[in-house]
Design a protein around this ligand. Structure first.
Ligand code: APR
Ligand code: PHB
Length: 390
């Protein structure tokens, strides 16, 4: 088998790259470890920066997004029993974010890929990358028990944090930076109307809470929990009681309870691997970096990586120039580190840290009061939340 670009992973990164390559006439094959249904079963965040909306429009998969997505002009920070609205639209000269689940983005990209007749090999086992430090890379894998080899020009490692691409890079060639947070997020998805029209991020003495949504009839809620908490110890009632205890009264009173259709605990970490290119292997998305979900940047960083990688690959094939792929790692990392900073800042400001001193708690509240009282400070939050320029 042969293709121009071999993509490992059919998550948002791999599917978006594949769709853009298809539209540019650049041949690609995606190899995915799981089934399509399994990929779609993952519940992930769903706040899209304007830049990502633009990329989905360019990829020709934004029709349902514009029909069903919720355009938000702002969000709220809740602390000291009150709510302060960050007016994104006003503070950023008209930019907004769109609430649209990652699962729906993935579904739209999958449908487009199928319609284009592009090749996605699901349930590919024992995927391995080879020869990426030379001119003839290949991807080896097992399909239905048969060993296969895919020759290609380039390999895009879009296989997430636990994928094989980053693991295949010689240890001395890669640097990793990580911070694991001493808490997790217990998340609930329920078919109940959201407690507020916009997202509410709450800093409370009991811990962080977030009110989000997927639509006008489906809510997504989170509460910070200790790392040793088990999801089976959290009934729906216990979850809603804890959520309401952490929210300003008016928001708590508006919470409509209903049976959870998904409930899980996710750890929080900041992680960056540098560089993102190794010969003819490129890392993109979660394969290269992880952010705590507090800044809603995970999916959006995958999109900006793919912006730079697609532009570089298109330049290589259509303009016979390697300037784009040569600059990919440095360009992507510049934006990644700024999003890592914002995500770390939002996480540090909004959560209760087990070892936190009373002084540090006051510093958190002072920082939030400063944001609430300063146009300059709230503008900084707003421009990061809607997404820094690509
Ligand atoms: N071989 C083939 N596929 C693999 C392998 C492998 N060895 N390892 C992992 N995969 C697949 C996974 O099954 C998954 O479908 O790669 C895909 C990676 O997708 P994501 O983890 O979603 O990463 P990415 O596409 O970069 O999207 C980042 O997803 O996890 C969220 O918060 C994250 O919103 C962010 C977004
Ligand atoms: C979500 O809706 O799942 C969500 C929204 C915003 C975040 C994190 C998660 O910052």
């Amino acid at each position: 088998m042969r293709t121009q670009v071999a993509i490992i992973g059919a998550g948002p990164s791999g599917l978006l790259l594949g769709q853009l390559l298809n539209r540019a006439g650049i041949d690609n094959i995606i190899l995915e470890r799981k089934s399509g249904d399994y990929v779609l079963s993952r519940i992930r965040a769903g706040v899209l920066e304007q830049g990502m909306v633009g990329m989905l429009e360019e990829a020709g998969v934004a029709e349902r997004l514009h029909e069903e997505g919720l355009v938000h002009d702002g969000f709220a920070l809740a602390f000291n029993g009150r709510r302060h609205r960050i007016d994104l639209h006003t503070l950023t000269g008209g930019k907004t974010v769109t609430v649209y689940g990652q699962t729906e983005v993935t579904r739209d990209l999958m449908r487009a890929r199928e319609a284009a007749g592009a090749v996605t090999i699901y349930e590919a086992d024992d995927v391995r990358v080879d020869g990426f430090d030379g001119d003839h890379p290949k991807v080896l894998f097992v399909q239905n028990g048969m060993s296969q080899s895919l020759d290609c020009d380039f390999i895009a490692g879009c296989d997430g944090f636990h994928g094989i691409s980053r693991q295949s890079v010689p240890e001395g060639a890669i640097s990793e930076f990580e911070r694991v947070y001493p808490f997790g997020w217990l998340g609930v998805l329920a078919d109940v109307p959201p407690a507020a029209h916009e997202l509410v991020y709450a800093n409370d003495a009991r811990g962080f809470a977030l009110c989000s949504m997927r639509s006008a009839t489906r809510s997504r809620y989170y509460v910070q929990v200790a790392l040793d908490e088990r999801v089976e110890d959290w009934s729906d009632d216990r979850f809603y009681d804890e959520l309401r205890a952490r929210l300003p009264q008016d928001v708590a009173d508006a919470v409509v309870t209903g049976p959870s259709i998904e409930k899980s605990i996710a750890p929080l970490r900041s992680f960056v691997a540098e560089p993102m290119r190794f010969g003819r292997l490129f890392l993109a998305g979660d394969a290269s970096h992880i952010v705590p979900p507090t800044g809603a940047k995970g999916l959006n960083l995958a999109a900006s990586d793919i912006r730079y990688l697609f532009d570089g690959l298109r330049e290589h094939y259509l303009d016979k120039s390697d300037a784009g792929i040569d600059a990919y790692s440095q360009k992507a990392l510049s934006r990644i580190w700024k999003a890592e900073r914002f995500s770390w800042w939002m996480t540090s400001m909004l959560h209760r840290f087990p070892s936190q001193s009373p002084f540090e708690q006051r510093m958190q509240l002072a920082e939030l009061e400063y944001v609430a009282s300063s146009v300059a400070a709230s503008t900084s939050v707003a421009e990061n939340y809607v997404g820094l320029p690509y």
